[in-house]
Design a binder for this molecule. Structure first.
Ligand code: GLU
Ligand code: ZN
Length: 321
């Protein structure tokens, strides 16, 4: 049954007023390049809470398309961790590595409409010409084989509305760049597959870290180009080790502990603006239930980054940047 959102009590309304609750579909889309750390927990939790507070579905998609970056065993480890943190997903996990035919079909349709061209420019050449790609090869007619393929930017997005960050302005060179849809090494590019997947999975709300704010403009232009309805986008602050550097393996962000989910989950809720000073929970199930009942977009901080200082798997401190 479809219920109109505006008949719900205030605290249960989604950030997307007007959408029908029963059709909310959110997702968490980790890249299995390592185990989950605190930063990815924040992204998973934010998308989970937004979905569940809106009686939505919450899907998990493994973004294992970039095979050189995939670490064997990481996808299973991520799913085990989500489970032990009580973040249970709806439906089957989708693996991008199993969807090459789908991506190839969409790419072929773009090629058929002559929206795609081959580019032979090296990173060094692009840098020498000013840094961002100047659509140099658009008219060059290079052969497609063993070259990167770029999409002609016919729908540049110069600004868009983020449900948390507000109006986002995109620099002209980024908005107008013909970006890569298939890499020289033959792999489909993230920008292509993320849009194809979000559309194909019927995603209505994308909630993720603010490192993906600018790429959103490209995704929105591809939604237009493919004549798909775009989902709502909401970008929560990115957990960083120092300004500009997200928590990652490179800066030694530790994996979160499967055996002690509560401290990290409590810390992730605090990061997202929850006040836990008068509550105490001894299992993840009741903690998450409480969090879903308390969730509202007005709790969420709208910074682009928050610095995380972690002493060990139980102690986290944050400083807004
Ligand atoms: N796989 C991407 C990442 O882990 C996230 C993509 C997305 O949420 O759209 O950074
Ligand atoms: Zn080129």
């Amino acid at each position: 049954m479809h219920r109109s959102q505006d008949r719900l009590p205030e605290h249960k309304q989604s950030h997307a007023l007007g959408s029908s609750l029963t059709t909310y579909r959110g997702r968490f889309a980790p890249s299995p390049s390592g185990p989950l750390h605190f930063g990815s927990l924040v992204a998973a939790l934010a998308s989970y809470l937004d979905a569940k507070a809106n009686q939505g579905q919450w899907l998990v998609r493994m973004e294992d398309i970039d095979t050189p970056r995939v670490i064997s065993g990481a996808a299973d480890a991520i799913l085990t961790t989500l489970d032990s943190y009580g973040l249970h997903w709806d439906g089957e996990v989708v693996y991008q590595s199993q969807r090459h035919n789908l991506y190839q079909d969409i790419l072929a349709s773009l090629i058929g409409k002559q929206h795609v061209y081959a580019c032979t420019c090296t990173r060094k050449q692009i840098k020498a010409r000013g840094g961002s790609y100047d659509n140099h090869c658009r008219v060059a007619n290079h052969q497609f084989d063993s070259n990167a393929l770029r999409l002609k930017q016919n729908y540049p997005i110069f600004e868009f509305q983020d449900d948390l960050q507000g109006q986002v302005h995109i620099p002209k060179d980024i908005a107008c760049e013909d970006y890569i849809v298939k890499r020289r090494d033959g792999l489909f590019a993230y920008q292509l597959v993320v849009v194809v997947d979000d559309h194909q999975q019927g995603i209505t709300h994308v909630v993720r870290g603010a490192d993906l704010l600018e790429p959103t403009a490209r995704q929105l232009s591809l939604f237009k180009q493919l004549n798909y309805t775009a989902p709502h986008f909401m970008h929560v602050p990115l957990a960083v080790a120092t300004a500009g550097f997200k928590l990652s393996k490179q800066n030694h962000a530790p994996a979160i502990d499967n055996n002690k989910p509560l401290p990290a989950l409590v810390a992730a809720l605090k990061f997202l603006g929850f006040n836990l000073s008068h509550v105490h929970f001894d299992n993840v199930g009741t903690l998450l239930e409480w969090a879903v009942s308390q969730y509202h977009i007005s709790l969420l901080p709208n910074n682009k980054e928050i610095q995380v200082i972690q002493q060990d798997s139980e102690h986290y401190e944050f400083t807004p940047l």
